[in-house]
Design a protein around this ligand. Structure first.
Ligand code: PRP
Ligand code: URA
Length: 209
């Protein structure tokens, strides 16, 4: 069974409060999602392997450390995952970025895939799949399926807010994928929205309604 991590860092929790607040407008919402994504990237990369390298400082030779192996891949789930991408890229500027386009059918709540573009060396990279919302889990499950079908073997899932139903669904379908969250909320409502959640992440990020 995969692990679920909820980041309790005070800065993440403080900013999440403003993200949830319905009075927070598009500009501020977008800025806060971007900032929290960067802070979460800092936490999620804690276990990246390091290698020792020899360098010269202005004072003399030194053995220092660099991140080992291939750079990470980020895969935002369109559209709302885009709101978290730049914040993570500021922390990991050399990461490659793939995209998986999915929307939830409003009637069935089932994900519909409309776009996939991934780095070519998909089987050699560790990926972070990004989406602010993990509700029923359908979109995340489908995005991970999409990556696995194309050869990805090493992934993490990073979301701002999740419902227990979505976490359970991803764990059942993908027991190899650890899940990283800023908050684990109470439940889903009858429309598949997270309660208390933050509303429709895509609409709040992009000002659509
Ligand atoms: C939202 C959200 C997730 C999905 C979560 O996207 O960004 O991708 O719903 O719900 P699920 O866990 O029940 O699948 P939406 O389908 O509204 O598309 P959008 O990002 O284009 O607004
Ligand atoms: N998608 C969202 O944007 N918000 C939710 O609460 C659930 C799915």
């Amino acid at each position: 069974m995969s692990k679920v991590y909820v980041f309790d860092h005070p800065l993440i929790q403080h900013k999440l409060t403003y993200i949830r607040d319905k009075e927070t407008g598009t500009k501020e919402f977008r800025e806060l999602v971007d900032e929290v994504a960067g802070l979460m990237a800092f936490e999620i990369t804690r276990d990246l392997p390091l290698q020792e390298v020899e360098i010269e400082t202005p004072v003399g030779p030194a053995t220092s450390k660099k991140i080992a192996g291939k750079k990470l891949g980020l895969v935002p789930i369109l559209r709302a995952g885009l709101g978290m991408t730049d914040g993570i890229l500021r922390m990991i500027p050399a990461a490659k970025v793939g995209h998986v386009g999915l929307y939830r059918d409003p009637e069935t709540l089932m994900p519909v895939e409309y776009y996939v573009k991934l780095p070519t060396d998909v089987n050699e990279r560790e990926f972070i799949v990004i989406d602010p919302m993990l509700a029923t889990g359908g979109s995340a499950i489908e995005a991970i399926n999409s990556l696995k079908k194309r050869g990805a073997t090493n992934m993490k899932l990073m979301c701002l807010v999740a419902a227990p139903e979505g976490v359970a669904a991803v764990q059942k379908e993908h027991p190899d994928i650890d899940i990283y969250l800023a908050a684990l909320d109470e439940k889903l409502n009858e429309k598949g929205y997270i309660v208390p959640g933050l509303g429709d992440a895509g609409d709040r990020l992009f000002g659509t309604k």
